[in-house]
Structures are given as C-alpha cells and as structure tokens.
Ligand binder design. Structure first.
Ligand code: UD1
Length: 421
C-alpha cells in the first residue's frame, strides 16, 4: 500500500492550476448514457473515480477513449445499453448510482448495486428512488444491495426532495430529460456542479431550466444527441490549496479558480485574517501578513459552507489563535479526521455534530490515516505545518479525487513524496 511522507518545508509559495471538478465530471460522464452519439468531454481530471466511471460506461456498452494528457474523454454509448452492469465495478464508487436514471429512462429497466465510497455516515439513496418511483418506476432493493428497477416509461411529475441531495437532483434531472412530459424538482440542490450538468444536458438537446435555484424544470424530449463540453474547475481542490497556503502561512496564486463558487470558503479565510485577492492572473492567497485567528463554521448545502471543505478547514483552525466551533450538518459522521488530528497534537472535542477546536497548537508529525478523501487532504495540510515527519497511509482515498496532488503540492514548495510500502 502506498503512503505519503510529508515534512514541514515552510510557507507554500508559487502558483498552482486547478483541475476540472470531480463532482461535475462524474455526472456528466453518466449523462453520456442518454445518447448513442459521440460525446466529447474536456477538462477531465485524471482521477481514479473517473477511471471507474469510464469502466462502468464500457460495461454498459460504450466505446470510451481517454486522453489523460489532453484532459479529454470521448464516449459513444451503444444503441442498446446493458441494463445489468457488473456488481463489483458499481460498488467501487458511490457516484456509480448516477447511471441508474440514465439507463432506466433509455431501457425502461436497470439493475444496479448499492454503492460504497467514502465512509462518511449512512449516505442513503432513498431520495433517488423516491423521485424515480414518482416518475413511474418500480424499484426493489434486496438485502444483498441489489436494486432492481422497471418501468413502462418514465413520466414527468412534481418531485419534492426532503433534503437538497446533490446526487438525487442529478439522477432525477438526467432521467427527466427523456421522460414523457415535464418534471419539476423542488428543493433541488443548487451546487455549481448541478448547473454544469444542466448546461451539458442542454447542449445535448435537453430542456432544463432553473438549475442553480431550488426549483428545476425539465421538459422531456424524444432524443438527445452528442455534444462537447468543458468541465468547470474544481472548487474543492481550489479550496484545499487555499487552506494549505493559510496553514503554512504562505503566499500563493491559484489559477483556473472561480471565486464566485467559493464565497463561504473565501469569507471564512478572510475572517481568520487571510488576504484573498482576485487578480487578472488568478486568486492570490496571502497568509504571511498577520497572525491568523479563530472562526466558526457550519456546513450547509450550497451556497452554504461546503462539507467537503470541513476537514481541511478544521486542520487550519487547530493552529490559529483562539477557539473555534465547527458544526457539520450535511453528513452525520464526518469527523473521522478528528482522531487523526489528535494524534498530531490537536485539541478537539466532539459532541454529536459539533466540534470545538482549541487553537494555537503546534502540530507534531505522526503516523496517520486518510480516513476518507477530504479527511486525507486535511492530514496532508496538517503534515505541511507539523514539526517532524508525517506518514500518511490509505492515500488511495486522496488519489480518487485530487489530480496530481503530490506534484502540485511540490510545485508550491511542499516536502511531500509518495512511497510504496
Ligand atoms: C455529493 C458529492 C460529495 C459531497 C456531497 C455533499 C459527488 C460525486 N459527491 O455527494 O463530494 O460531499 O454531495 O455536498 O458529487 N441523503 C439522504 N438521502 C438520499 C441522498 C442523500 O438522506 O437519498 C443525505 C446523505 O446521507 C447526506 C446528505 O443527504 O447526509 C448529502 O448527500 P448528497 O447531497 O446526496 O451527496 P452526494 O450526492 O452523495
């Protein structure tokens, strides 16, 4: 098993370019199931999760060509989609559930398997089922995790989501593009990745309106066609580099970042005393001008503070002046990094969804684990500012979601290397 070795090498300096968004490219690749014409996707990050999604598409009958150097993937789904894809493949990644809606609306049946993925709470998918059932599908889930679905044809209807689930919004939106009549999704997720998917679907000939608000309206059409699309920049990757710069009291320039997707992260960094400036070249993050201070954070669906930035921000808060409170409202069990940060000397108390962080701590290098993707990024950030060597295991989580993470960190002057055990 590979691990990262991280050592403090002072403040991060220099510039880094953000890759295409993992959470946008996965649903966009799933959307290519909706047509048998060729789709070309650009700004595709070279990630394990993308590889898995491409394998799933091949298993569904697609011809998939990948050009990692150019960041391009081309997909041509066959005219008949395999409705019974491989169990092991689907269970490799939670986002595999995103192919359910597209297969079902094309073939009127689909068998998928409950996904695995990051172990951050229960992560049920009943809202995906609820929406598809309301559109006229039978859905049965057995004890082995098998999900069997069948319909006489999906029909548009009004669907209220009890929680603005990102995945459920995407699955229903994709199914609705080819359903008969109009689907209205109420209390829809508003993440930028939903907007990117809607833009792509519209390029394919779909009629999706309102993405980015809490009501999305999809008028079903007969057929979708192939289309070309460039994926938006990854706001969580950008945020991770911003926090890494703050953690090392560094000064970096981040290119290919959309600050309007990152309003709460930028606001919270500024509250800590980090200077964030938009320039023509990119976003400057300067944490070398004054001591950083505490702030409180509550994670929320977009446009609130992203749960995917909670762990990294918590690492930073262990080192600033004063105490901070973090409240995680999106996932019920997303504090697995707390134990790891404590091994490094952090002082954190957790009570249910609330964590109290005592700042001013000098972290010490330790042997720690990446317990999930973002928790892993948090441990790298902690290691960059800790005294001594940090050995981070289970880094496959990080490689699922950050493109060239080691190389990009090294480019900013970080002392980090990947070693095979
Ligand atoms: C997506 C992101 C993930 C991010 C999350 C929240 C992708 C590939 N992943 O995950 O990085 O952390 O959004 O911003 O885009 N829920 C239910 N029932 C459902 C669906 C969800 O109760 O049917 C709950 C989940 O248990 C969780 C919360 O809603 O507590 C958020 O889940 P959701 O928005 O669906 O996240 P994902 O789409 O899985």
């Amino acid at each position: 098993m590979a691990k990262f070795i991280i050592e403090n090498n002072g403040p991060l300096k220099g510039e880094v370019t953000v890759s295409g968004a993992k959470n946008a490219v996965l649903p966009i690749l799933a959307a290519t199931v909706l047509t048998d014409e060729e789709c070309i996707i650009d700004e595709v990050p070279d990630l394990k999760d993308v590889e898995v999604m491409c394998s799933i598409l091949r298993c569904l009958g697609a011809e998939v060509k990948t050009y990692p150097e150019e960041g391009r993937v081309s997909v041509k789904m066959s005219s008949k989609v395999n409705t019974d894809p491989d169990k092991e493949l689907l269970q490799k990644m939670r986002a595999s559930i995103l192919v359910l809606g597209p297969i079902l609306v094309r073939e009127n049946r689909a068998t998928v398997w409950l996904p695995g993925g990051c172990a951050i709470g229960e992560r049920p998918v009943e809202l995906h089922y609820k929406g598809l059932r309301q559109m006229g599908s039978d859905i049965e889930v057995d004890d082995s995790g098998k999900v069997s679905t069948e319909t006489d044809g999906l029909k548009g209807t009004e669907i209220y989501l009890d929680f603005p689930s990102v995945g459920a919004t995407e699955n229903i939106m994709m199914a609705a593009t080819l359903a008969e009549g109009t689907t209205i999704i109420e209390n829809a997720a508003q993440e930028p990745e939903i907007v990117d998917l809607a833009n792509y679907l519209n390029k394919m000939g779909a009629k999706v309106k309102g993405a980015g608000t809490d009501i999305i309206r999809v008028e079903g059409v007969e057929k979708l066609h192939g289309a070309e699309h460039s994926v938006i920049p990854d706001r969580i990757e950008a945020g991770t580099f911003m926090v890494a710069a703050a953690m090392t009291r560094g000064n970096i320039l981040i290119k290919n970042m959309l600050p309007n997707h990152m309003v709460p992260v930028i606001a919270k960094l500024r509250e800590c005393g980090v200077v964030v400036e938009e320039t023509e070249l990119g976003v400057m993050v300067k944490a070398d001008e004054k001591p950083l201070v505490s702030t409180d954070i509550k994670t929320l669906p977009y446009p609130g503070f992203p749960t995917d930035m909670q762990a990294q921000f918590m690492a930073l808060l262990t080192t600033v002046e004063g105490s901070s409170i973090v409240i995680e409202t999106v996932f019920e069990n997303r504090y697995m990094h707390v134990a790891e940060l404590k091994y490094m000397g952090a002082k954190i108390k957790v009570d249910d969804r609330c964590a109290i962080i005592e700042g001013n701590k000098k972290l010490k290098g330790a042997r720690v684990r990446a317990t999930d993707l973002r928790a892993g990024a948090a441990m790298v950030i902690a290691g960059l500012a800790a005294e001594g060597k940090t050995e981070l295991s289970d880094i496959y989580h990080i490689e699922r979601g950050y493109e060239k993470f080691v190389e990009k960190m090294q480019g900013l002057g970080a002392k980090i290397s990947r070693e095979e055990d």
